[in-house]
Design a protein around this ligand. Structure first.
Ligand code: ADP
Ligand code: MG
Length: 256
């Protein structure tokens, strides 16, 4: 008989983990996000592609209101993000974020970098936070480096610490904004591997990346942006082999 065990990962139905409805954002006269409607299901991996300046980073930052939006709503796991205050801080901590620059605290050890927010923000005891941090550092392959300082690690190792630090808050969704763009080429693979592992474990992820291998192999969906709009929203297979718009064909022609 065929194995009926459900796959551990992949999008599930029900309340979307992220739901953006009619989101707009201006910087002065520049209309950077135009009527963005985007749903990300629980367990879904969405890769966001698009030319430089198309609004990918602003979209990511709008998801946790690092960037306030001019209109529309953002919901995380069914709860609308409030504009400010304690509730915003609480909901924002459900959203882990990893940037191009690792932004580790240089004067703190790797272990302290990962335990800081859980103890300060989540009120965990030091020992509980350290135990979890060690598990996470093992998971990203840095377990034996926890007493070092960021500058003693390679860029790829620092980015893996940044991922562990975000995971330490037990986020419901992880946002990655070009996490490998600042890395030397030989270190890209180790970070992509950690991200693929997270996806396999069922993490909900929104990933801005130029790593087309990751997009093809790991993403459930590709969202293609141009000039602040979502121009295509489809499967990786269909996006790469049958892009529907001239703008996507033009983009793919330049990067592939
Ligand atoms: P991407 O990540 O796709 O390269 P961004 O979201 O960073 O695009 O930027 C989209 C547009 O918004 C660009 O034209 C950029 O110059 C502009 N922009 C981004 N952040 C700001 C800001 N803080 N102030 C003014 N303009 C900005
Ligand atoms: Mg960007």
């Amino acid at each position: 008989m065929a194995d009926q065990t459900p796959a551990p990962s992949g999008p599930s139905s029900g309340t979307p983990m992220v739901r953006m409805t009619g989101v707009n954002k201006h910087f002065g006269d520049l209309h950077v996000l135009r009527d963005i409607d985007l749903e990300v299901a629980r367990g879904e991996v969405v890769v966001v592609l698009g030319p430089s300046g198309s609004g990918k980073s602003t979209l990511c930052r709008a998801i946790n209101r690092l960037e306030p939006v001019d209109g529309g709503t953002v919901e995380i796991d069914g709860t609308p993000l409030p504009a400010e205050g304690r509730d915003l801080a609480k909901l924002r901590s459900d959203v882990g974020m990893v940037f191009q620059q690792f932004n580790l605290f240089a004067h703190m050890t790797i272990l302290d970098n990962v335990t800081l927010a859980p103890t300060r923000v989540r009120g965990k005891s030091k020992s509980e936070a350290q135990e979890r941090a060690r598990t996470l550092l093992d998971r990203v392959g840095i377990g034996n480096q926890s007493d070092k300082y960021p500058a003693q690690l390679s860029g790829g190792q620092q980015q893996r610490v940044a991922i562990a630090r975000a995971l330490a808050m037990e986020p419901k969704v992880m946002l990655f904004d070009e996490p490998t763009s600042a890395l030397d080429p030989e270190m890209v693979g180790e970070v992509v591997e950690v991200m693929s592992g997270l996806a396999k474990d069922g993490m909900t992820m929104v990933v801005v990346t130029h790593e087309m291998g990751f997009a093809r192999r790991t993403a459930h969906r590709v969202v293609f942006m141009a000039d602040g709009e979502i121009v295509e929203d489809t499967t990786p297979d269909s996006f790469f082999s049958r892009p529907a718009t001239e703008r996507a064909r033009d983009f793919l022609g330049k990067i592939l």
